[in-house]
Design a protein around this ligand. Structure first.
Ligand SMILES: Nc1nc2c(ncn2[C@@H]2O[C@H](COP(=O)(O)OP(=O)(O)OP(=O)(O)O)[C@@H](O)[C@H]2O)c(=O)[nH]1
Ligand SMILES: [Mg+2]
Length: 565
């Protein structure tokens, strides 16, 4: 057993740990050989021998691994947001007539309106958070320009492309589709025709028609407006089916259309008939679709670091990536997830390590998640939010501090918390939204009025709102709460242990006990720490590291690439 270990130590010696501070892990040739060792850390009787390890070269600058608590940069992170999106309205058609010398009453030559800009979405690599989208809150595509005289069509509105991280799930909360609404109105009018009274003037639908400037409404008393079908752009056929549900788990080469902009209005030449040589009206552009979408990161990172507060997770992230997460010798230094990227390529864009499915992965992401305390599933410590983040990591890396008591017990406690969280997630209904706590009536006595129930019923009787108004009203106070996303069971995820602080005295015994335990779990002689008989145990191992000295960490990329799907 000693030979691979020695080989490992030799390779660690040549690793120059200081250089991993930069985003690219620089892997010297001799390290690459060691990465290809069949099993650098078997679970059988390998003991860390950091005391035998020659200390890293003094010229290496490791200060970034043990920084001053104030030496950090804030990582802005958001894994959920609700955004209102407006596809562009179509531009209006134009009412214009040919004006030329000797042509007294020229024919109609108003141009069509331009179509509105569409909304597109694309999952791209390199993004890890939804905070930019959340900050925008409302996204609007440009409106199409109106048509002009001399048969000049209006310019189409600019599209909006929303880029999100891979692993984003998009769900529709609300939609307002003016074209669908108009179609429904027409259908209703067709099924329930109103008795036409010949003597009565049917009001002009100003929301559908543009009238010639300068004309009086009385000019249109005898005009019979044609039946105007609501129109969509042809590209609207590519919109996803309503309600939108998109699970963007792969990198997308091309953007995907979410909502096409409204079709542009028709200029007055379209309404030329034998009886009406100079139509003094053109149609308005169709309204663009409005959507309220819920964005949620289903996959936060490829690897999630799970551990107690102060276990050394942030230091480990710093030693693997160029993250500048905060490190401090107290609990809850990290208050929100930090995500770092480990790049493993041969500087020519080719992967150095093949992943399990032979995909060309040249990088993976690691999330440093705030520490878990006992009863975190009851929202203790930093609680449930961070358990949710753990739930969203593809592979779990349990970071155990070898200098802080029995690591086996620690591992079992962490699994217990995850198990309890999972049980609650699967059984409990979603909590009521904080805006509308159950049994609390939103009523401000200082505003006067009667009892709130009476008031609200009267208001709803009096005010008959259009769908668009309702849409805005509902967005102010979203009533729809989406169910939690379905996630794979935590115990079926690949996992491994990072036994950290192995440079400290007396940690070897702890590591040995941990290895023995994990070897039993792998062979099936010891129950899976999650308590589930079908828990993942294909290759359970512990990697001893000293993150603060950058030792041992170089073996983690190889291990992770084996598990990556
Ligand atoms: N000796 C030694 N100390 C370490 C090692 N890794 C981390 N530490 C120290 O442990 C303390 C806590 O490290 P952090 O990385 O902030 O721990 P954390 O798990 O991120 O803590 P929270 O953010 O509170 O959850 C710091 O003082 C580190 O310097 C290590 O490998 N060896
Ligand atoms: Mg931390």
């Amino acid at each position: 057993m000693a030979r691979p270990q020695n080989c490992l130590l030799r390779s660690m010696q040549s690793l120059r740990p200081g250089r991993v501070a930069y985003s690219r892990i620089l892997l010297p040739r001799n390290l690459r050989a060691s990465l290809y060792l069949s099993r650098p850390y078997s679970t059988e009787n390998d003991t860390p021998r950091f005391s035998d390890t020659p200390s890293p070269d003094e010229s290496q600058d490791l200060s970034h691994l043990n920084p001053d608590p104030e030496d950090y940069s804030r990582f802005i992170f958001q894994d959920k947001c609700t955004v209102t999106m407006h596809a562009g309205n179509g531009g209006h058609g134009c009412v214009a007539f040919l004006r030329e010398k000797y042509i007294e009453e020229g024919g109609p030559n108003g141009g069509d309106g331009g179509s509105g800009g569409g909304l597109y979405i694309q999952a791209v690599e390199g993004l890890t958070s939804l905070h930019k989208l959340a900050r925008r809150g409302v996204v609007r595509a440009e409106r199409g320009k109106n048509g002009q005289g001399k048969s000049k069509g209006g310019q189409r509105g600019d599209d909006v492309l929303i880029q999100v991280p891979i692993g984003t799930v998009i769900r529709e909360i609300e939609r307002y589709d003016p074209v669908a609404e108009e179609r429904a109105r027409r259908r209703k009018a067709y099924l329930e025709p109103v008795e036409e009274d010949d003597g009565e003037f049917t009001p002009i639908r100003h929301d559908r028609w543009v009238l010639y400037p300068g004309s009086n409404p009385s000019d249109f008393l005898t005009v019979k407006f044609p039946r105007l079908r609501p129109r969509r752009q042809a590209i609207a056929a590519m919109e996803p089916k309503a309600p939108i549900f998109l699970d963007l788990s792969e990198k997308m080469d091309k953007p995907l259309l979410l909502a096409a902009g409204g079709a542009g209005g028709l200029g007055n030449p379209h309404f030329l008939t034998r009886g009406m040589g100079r139509p003094k009206f053109a149609s308005r552009g169709e309204g663009g679709m409005k959507l309220v979408l819920d964005f949620e990161l289903k996959l936060l990172a490829d690897v999630g670091l799970v551990g107690k507060p102060n276990a050394g997770k942030s230091t480990l992230l710093r030693s693997l990536t160029n993250s500048r997460t905060r490190i401090g010798n107290w609990e809850f230094t990290t208050l929100s997830p930090n995500i770092g990227t480990v790049i493993i390529d041969d500087n020519k864009g080719r992967p150095l390590v093949e992943s399990a499915v032979k995909k060309r992965r040249t990088h993976f992401t690691i999330a440093d998640i705030p520490g878990l305390v006992e009863n975190a599933h009851l929202d203790r410590g930093l609680g449930l939010g961070f358990l949710r983040h753990i739930d969203r990591a593809g592979i779990l890396a349990f970071v155990l501090d070898l200098s802080a008591g029995d690591p086996v017990q620690e591992l079992q406690k962490l699994w217990h918390e995850l198990g309890e969280y999972e049980r609650m997630r699967n059984t409990e209904p979603p909590e009521p939204t904080p805006e509308e706590p159950e049994g609390v009536i939103d009523w401000n006595p200082s505003e006067g009025g009667g009892l709130p129930e009476l008031e609200s019923s009267r208001i709803s009787e009096l005010e008959v709102k259009s769908s668009e108004e309702q849409f805005h009203h509902q967005f102010d106070k979203p009533t729809v709460s989406l169910p939690p996303l379905e996630m794979p069971p935590i115990h079926t995820k690949p996992w491994f242990v990072v036994a950290t602080k192995a440079d400290l005295e007396g940690t070897q015994e702890q590591y040995r006990a941990l290895q023995e335990y994990l070897s039993g779990v792998e062979k099936g002689t010891i129950a899976h720490p999650s308590g589930h008989p079908d828990g993942w145990r294909e290759k359970v191992c512990a990697v001893p590291v000293s993150a603060i000295r950058g030792e041992g960490v170089s073996h983690l990329p190889k291990l992770v690439m084996e598990f990556l799907k």
